[in-house]
Design a binder for this molecule. Sequence first.
Ligand SMILES: [Zn+2]
Length: 130
Amino acid sequence: MADFLDSPDSEFWIALWEREHTTCPVHHGPMNECPDDERDWYPQRRICWPSAQLAAAKRLFELMHKDKPYHDGKEQLWSETPSRATPFHFLDGHSLYLAETDENPDDDFLSQRTGQTRLFGQASEADESS
Ligand SMILES: [Zn+2]
């Protein structure tokens, strides 16, 4: 114990422990505020649009492949079930992420092969013709 108290980081670790054990894990304020039912609280929300766009892209990507999620590795032959011909699940090896510029403009992975998909307020050809 003396070794710990003599270490240069001991004050930091003690303060961290005290903060973690006196902060409510639900409302993230001091725990002595929790029993106060006389005080008014105002629920707030914070919106992160990059996170929303990434979540929407993931959801759309999963929706596009829900009926036939397995492919041949070239994404040309698709199947409802895995087989020797279609062993790859559409999520195998994939990670979707955000970039400030389109790093792979030729990889239009969120568009249906049969036409454009409306995403993030972009007008598609199908919308313009209707
Ligand atoms: Zn609380």
